[in-house]
Design a protein. Structure first.
Length: 706
């Protein structure tokens, strides 16, 4: 290789101009990618200061060869007062960029670093998610999650972003999820990846700098982001190891012994609270996974109503009032709220104004319940106990998980995993514990730690100890936007609603309502969220918990809606739990679980694959693939997403899936054979589905030559 050249074994090739770093040539999957004509001063790297256009500038770099297929890229921007060092290395199937950005001004900074490739991609496809593509037009900006959308920090949901052209080629930028690397991928005339970085001397482990890694790779364009996602799984296989031998429904709160014939519902994962230890031996006997409950992400205090206030007219306390009360409670060890107040003051994430992020709701005619977002960083010592939160967990939770006194727990359940995780913690006394690059608060440009990254650090430390003991980790309320949590989890899930009630009064400015997921993201019918959850967990089990508060409300929900819920979960191989009422479910509901759970389990155990090698001829019919023909587990789930009866055909690429001599396809729900038609290297099956209906087709297994 010559200076400035990098290649991968699967056909990606880059050539940089040595004295300026301008990209001169690009090939992806062996195909030339057209680049716009640029000048020698066209930057591959640029940096922009938050709110200061005058300090925006390109980074002039030089490229030199370090080793075969490894290039060093070094430069600086005098306008923006930063230095850049980068090692670009060609791997088997991607180019890895490992870079460091360092401030030279001595000030705390908020900057956006950008790497861009001048791909001429008008007419190509930009992928918002696995199911949604837009045709790229000149002069428009394409990005899945940008500043004009909801959220404190504008980041891409997926750990990759992709563009593709027909069947020929595609390009993807990707970032690792361990450690979490927060990036934004898009196209605006250039294919780019951006990082919002806080640079501060208060970060003692990396003062005034940020260290980052990202990847560029090519893929065949036919399956778009699905192909790019499959390659991501191959790049980072350790993130997606499935460690559960069994799969099924998530049972929350309800003791197992209160459910008659619980096997009818296919229960597998039991969230056992501290008052449900009697269920653990029964769970063990039934072969369920039982998880001990914990909620490290938030802590609450109660602020009583004033004596002359009534709940209906009580004004929500200001952030300043809440903080003053916290300090008052922390100063008086005799108060019930003392320990919680100390914990909040030590651990809570702070806004730029120094007040903690807080969610406030009226609580049982007693007062205001104030819930605070916490990392919590496993290195921070809580002054009341003199211990870190990790040390406290080792003393309080781990012995119970390992003890056989009340039965065997299979692992730790984490509640509210992503609750207020997309906030930026601006308190400098926490910067010294940060292990990874800072971000910044979007509105003010104040450097800070993404709360989700700190929470990841804590959960990773907990998971390490669970793995050593052969235990599992399950979490609720994820992945919502922080997909990197999925790398730590063996089972994940989230509570969903049919109609989300108006949430409690919350803090203004950077409130929970402005930084948390939207109401629609809690709705089980949100398809973008369903695709995202499936993609982030890959073949690990994922559970939904439809929150219907009473048996009466469950009956009101009705069979028709429950059937639609079951069908949607079957399409994504997710487990359709109910938050309440399994112990009171009427017989028709129980019959539905008897019908659907064996099929959903067969899909889950077969394993979802993003590239289906199958298509339908009716736009309202979508298809997902599970399993492999060589293992006898190949299934296709087809769902009607339209509002009318749909008639069409599913066509399967038998050659691509290496389908050999097999039995006729079967309806997985009834076991009946389905008439099919073979034509060369493809096989087609007729599909007829009502609105919201899902068909699951088992493609058969080996038969003897005779």
């Amino acid at each position: 290789m010559a200076r400035g050249e990098i290649e991968t074994r699967d056909g990606l090739y880059l050539r940089f101009r040595a004295f300026s770093g301008e990209m001169l040539s690009l090939m992806g999957s062996g195909e030339y990618v057209p680049l716009a004509v640029t000048t020698p001063d066209y930057p591959s790297f640029s940096v922009a200061d938050h709110g200061e256009p005058s300090r925006t500038g390109s980074i002039r770099v030089k490229v030199s060869e370090l080793d075969r297929n490894v290039q060093a890229i070094q430069g600086r921007s005098d306008e923006s007062e930063v230095e850049l060092t980068c090692r670009a290395e060609g791997l088997d199937d991607a180019v890895r960029f490992s870079l460091r950005v360092a401030d030279t001004s001595g000030d705390d900074r908020a900057v956006t670093l950008r790497f861009q490739i001048p791909v001429k991609a008008e007419g190509w496809s930009w992928w918002d998610d696995l199911s949604t593509a837009r045709t790229i037009s000149k002069g428009k900006r394409y990005v899945r999650y940008d500043r004009d959308t909801k959220g404190t920090f504008p980041l891409f949901w997926y750990p990759l972003g992709a563009i593709s052209e027909g069947r020929e080629r595609g390009l993807a930028f990707a970032v690792p999820m361990d450690p979490p690397t927060l990036a934004r991928v898009g196209y605006d005339g250039d294919f780019f990846i951006e990082f919002d970085l806080g640079l501060s001397r208060a970060t003692s482990k990396f003062p005034g700098r940020a260290d980052l890694t990202f990847y560029l790779y090519g893929f065949h364009g036919e399956w778009g982001l699905r192909s790019a996602m499959k390659k991501y799984y191959d790049l980072f296989p350790k993130y997606f190891i499935r460690r559960t031998a069994r799969e099924g429904l998530w049972l929350a709160r309800t003791p197992t012994h209160k459910i008659e014939d619980p096997e009818d519902f296919g229960i597998t994962f039991h969230q056992a609270s501290s008052v449900m230890t009697d269920s653990v031996p029964l769970d063990n006997a039934m072969g369920l996974y039982t998880f001990l409950y914990d909620e490290p992400a938030r802590v609450g205090v109660i602020i009583p109503f004033e004596k002359d206030q009534e709940e209906e007219v009580a004004a929500r306390p200001s952030d300043e009032y809440v903080l003053a009360k916290l300090k008052e409670y922390a100063a008086d060890p005799s108060l019930d709220e003392h320990a919680s107040a100390v914990r909040v003051l030590d651990l809570a994430s702070h806004k730029p104004d120094g007040n903690p992020y807080v969610y406030v709701e009226a609580w049982r005619e007693v007062g205001w319940r104030c819930l605070f977002s916490s990392g919590p960083d496993p290195e921070v010592v809580v002054s009341e106990s003199g211990e870190t939160v990790l040390e406290t967990w080792r003393k309080s939770q781990l012995p119970r998980i390992l003890s056989l006194h009340c039965g065997r727990y299979d692992g730790q359940y984490i509640d509210s995993a992503e609750w207020l995780s997309d906030t930026v913690n601006c308190r400098k006394d926490h910067f010294t514990y940060a292990d990874h690059s800072l971000g910044f608060h979007e509105a003010t440009g104040t450097p800070g730690i993404y709360t989700g990254v700190t929470r990841f650090k804590y959960l990773k430390a907990v998971r390490r100890e669970l793995l050593c003991a052969g235990k599992l980790m399950m979490a609720n309320f994820t992945p919502i936007r922080c997909g990197f949590f999925a790398t730590l989890l063996d089972v994940a899930g989230t509570e969903v609603w049919h109609r989300r009630e108006e949430r409690a009064t919350e803090s203004t400015g950077d409130s929970a309502s402005e930084t948390g997921p939207t109401v629609s993201e809690y709705d089980w019918r949100n398809l973008q969220a369903m695709y995202y959850r499936r993609a982030m967990m890959y073949q690990k089990p994922y559970c939904l918990l439809l929150q219907i508060p009473t048996a009466a409300k469950l009956r009101e929900f009705g069979m028709e809606r429950l059937v639609t819920y079951m069908n949607l979960c079957a399409f994504f191989a997710m487990y359709p739990g109910l938050g309440h009422g399994l112990d009171q479910a009427p017989d028709p509901y129980r019959d539905l679980y008897r019908k659907y759970m064996p099929v959903i389990r067969s899909l889950g155990l077969a394993g979802w694959e993003p590239v289906t090698h199958a298509a339908t001829d009716e736009p309202s019919l979508r298809v997902e693939r599970y399993g492999y023909w060589s293992q006898g587990t190949l299934h296709f789930a087809v769902r009607n997403f339209g509002d009318q009866q749909a008639e069409g055909r599913l066509t399967v690429d038998s050659a691509a899936l290496r389908i050999g001599r097999s039995q006729k396809p079967r309806d997985a729900f009834t076991g009946r054979e389905i008439e099919s038609h073979e034509d060369g290297g493809s096989l087609s099956v007729p599909i007829s589905l009502a609105p919201g209906g899902t068909a699951v087709i088992h493609m058969g297994c080996f038969t003897s030559a005779g």
